[in-house]
Design a protein around this ligand. Structure first.
Ligand code: AMP
Length: 281
């Protein structure tokens, strides 16, 4: 496996790979890899010949009070895991090279970025779309794989790709969970043993909500209140819960054929997200 940090070098390698007629599959991450990230690599391998994974803790998608500084980083551990999984190239640029003096450009998707995580993390999605646009220009992938764990992010990226006619396919891969339901996240590392138990309320409440919908409940407010009570009962502090249209992210009153239930919850100081897409019969 190759490890590249230089942007020009990465572009040169991409040129060679493309000239050889090989398809590039891209998995963008912030590192501290877990099975969720590795599942994206396997999805990419099904659809491409050469797998490039970026590892970049992108400063511009963190708010001033957020965890950019203490976000877990371990490039050697990540390289070993990625190599084991068959990643061909890790691209890990330096922040100073991605955002040199005089960097002035932002790529911004409207409307769907002001809801959910966008309302509690202003500017977050501008950071995400701008860095993804840059990474797509550098890596020039044929396909890029994102996780449903960050449902809104995936939707925002798909929207950018469609609106700006980017010539790549976005694949969204299912959420990988611990056996007890907790969605894998690099931020789970922050949880104490006791918080780890309380964090189960996120996935458990979503499972209950899904079951209630499958049993015929169609009132979004009832579903949202049940999820809220469940999580607050376990000591979580809710950032948001939404029962929304999966395409517009607008809150629903009455649940129709497709619904997204998404939430962000503080367990202690750690903000966790989870979601479920429910299709009714
Ligand atoms: P991150 O390193 O947290 O920015 O995540 C990089 C990519 O991995 C994003 O597309 C995430 O949605 C995806 N991802 C993170 N956690 C999971 C998970 N538990 N299951 C599936 N994909 C995930």
């Amino acid at each position: 496996m190759e490890r590249i940090s230089d942007i020009a070098r990465m572009q040169e390698r991409v040129g060679e790979i493309r000239a050889a007629g090989r398809r590039i599959g891209f998995v963008p991450t912030m590192g501290y890899l877990h099975e969720g990230h590795l599942s994206l690599v396997r999805e990419a391998q099904k659809r491409a010949d050469v797998i490039i994974m970026s590892i970049f803790v992108n400063p511009t998608q963190f708010g001033p009070e957020e965890d950019f500084e203490r976000y877990p980083r371990d490039l050697d551990r990540d390289s070993a895991l990625a190599a084991q999984e068959g990643v061909d190239i890790i691209f890990a640029p330096a922040a100073e090279d991605m955002y040199p003096e005089g960097f002035l450009t932002t790529v911004s998707v409207a409307r769907i970025t002001s809801l959910l995580c966008g309302s509690s993390r202003p500017g977050h999605f501008d950071g995400v779309t701008t860095v993804c646009m840059k990474l797509f220009q550098i890596v020039r992938p044929h396909i890029a794989v994102f996780g449903q764990k960050d449902y809104q992010q995936s939707l925002v990226i798909r929207t950018m790709v469609r609106d700006l006619n980017l010539n790549l396919e976005i694949v969204t891969a299912p959420i990988v969970r611990e056996p007890d339901g907790l969605a894998l996240s690099s931020r789970n590392k922050y949880l104490s043993a006791e918080e780890r138990v309380r964090a189960l309320a996120l996935s458990a409440s979503l499972r209950q909500a899904e079951a209630a919908i499958q049993q015929g409940e169609r009132r979004a407010a009832v579903i949202a209140a049940d999820v809220r009570n469940h999580i607050e009962g376990e000591g979580g502090t809710i950032d948001y819960i939404t029962v929304a249209d999966p395409y517009t992210l607008q809150p629903l009153e009455t649940i129709g054929r497709h619904v997204l239930i998404a939430l962000a919850v503080f367990v202690g100081k750690t903000r966790l997200i989870d979601n479920v897409l429910v299709e009714t019969a």
